[in-house]
Design a protein. Sequence first.
Length: 162
Amino acid sequence: GKNISGTGMDVNVTGRNRDILGDYTTGPQVKRIFVRDLSEESEGNALGIGFADFTTTRVTEKMDRKKTYINCLTAISPEKGAIPIYFDTDREALEACFMTIGDIPVHQVRLVHIKSTLHLSKLSVSEAFEAEVSASDKLRRLDEWKEMALGKDGNIVSPFDS
């Protein structure tokens, strides 16, 4: 949400910027961005949702389109208010992400799950990052490698809520 970054999500973290007025050729090369939810503090302002490839019905229902559109138009960035393909559950959105990243074996998928682009002290990464995590003096593994937990409702059991 807008309380996370002026653009809804920090483009320096995501590597994604659809600003047609600027040149943004550096940063991480991210194939897919899935936005799971909108922060309460954003009060429905979903500016930046247009950076995402996929989202949830949850987000679209929390979204105040008028606030979002006013912010996007004021920022001369209507593309940042574009609503991505959305699904009822996280599982469905994740399946769409995996289906559209190319022919990559599941054990090689490099997935990063963050609470927000403002909160990066704790993040969850797939085992495909094991070499980088082991070699880094800035990262440390807090838990054993395990599959992403999904609840019976098909939504991610967030490691950040504990």
